[in-house]
Design a protein around this ligand. Structure first.
Ligand SMILES: [Mg+2]
Length: 228
């Protein structure tokens, strides 16, 4: 056996957990975008008697004032209250349920990993309610769902967040493989604490990627993880 093969086998034997990001990794961004950029402005337009365009500008301005570095940004109930909207989160979610798109290969990959005895978890930046609603059909594969914003009060997936995940699961970072589509929050940060991470670049398959990143740890869809 070659040195490289030997190392790969050793790494594989040490792995106990597969961790997945959600938006852009398990599901496309369609649903989330519709809720924030269509549903909320639409409800606001109706309430204030504004055109959609005008309401969109107002809503966007308020989003920007808070910004993604504050925890409120991620909390839908905060925004419904702030804009004084009578539509509930459930109604809003149901309205765009049809926009949820779980990527094609996801279910079969999760099934294979699960059958091979790995523990599967979600490690996402999104609020728990967004995660639960979007991954509903594949939720059965996951043993735990970790939301940086809802569970840890963090706005980004930091190395501390990943350390906490390992602590709760009672595994070493080296025993976990995390996969996600954000270079820093899904690749650099988990690697900082010694997790194995793969960067998912779905665009690279269609030859549109301008990425110069280390190919060994870049995949273009989740099924590639089964070959690694
Ligand atoms: Mg993502």
């Amino acid at each position: 056996m070659s040195q490289k093969k030997l190392i790969q086998t050793r790494v594989r034997n040490a792995i106990k957990v597969f961790s997945f990001d959600v938006d852009g990794t398990l599901v496309s961004h369609g649903f989330v975008d519709c809720v924030w950029l269509q549903g909320i402005p639409e409800a606001y337009a109706e309430k204030e008697g504004l055109s959609f365009e005008h309401a969109f500008e107002c809503v966007k301005k308020e989003y920007d004032k808070i910004g993604e570095n504050r925890i409120e940004w991620y909390k839908i109930d905060y925004w419904l209250r702030k804009f004084g909207l009578s539509i509930t989160r459930e109604e809003l979610f149901r309205k765009y349920e049809g926009e949820i798109k779980i990527y094609e290969e996801v279910e079969s990959v999760l099934r294979v990993l699960k059958e091979e005895g790995y523990l599967l978890v979600v490690s996402s930046n999104a609020a728990t309610e967004f995660i639960d609603f979007q991954i509903h059909p594949i939720k059965k594969f996951f043993s735990r769902i970790f939301s940086a914003t809802s569970d840890c009060g963090e706005v980004k997936k930091s190395n501390a967040f990943y350390a906490r995940v390992c602590g709760i699961l009672d595994v070493k970072p080296q025993e976990v493989i995390h996969i996600g589509d954000h270079w820093v929050f899904d690749f650099i940060n988990p690697r900082k604490i010694g997790m194995n991470a793969y960067y998912l670049d779905r665009k690279s398959k269609r030859g549109r990627s301008v990425s110069v990143k280390n190919d060994e740890f870049v995949i273009s869809d989740l099924s590639e993880i089964l070959d690694k």
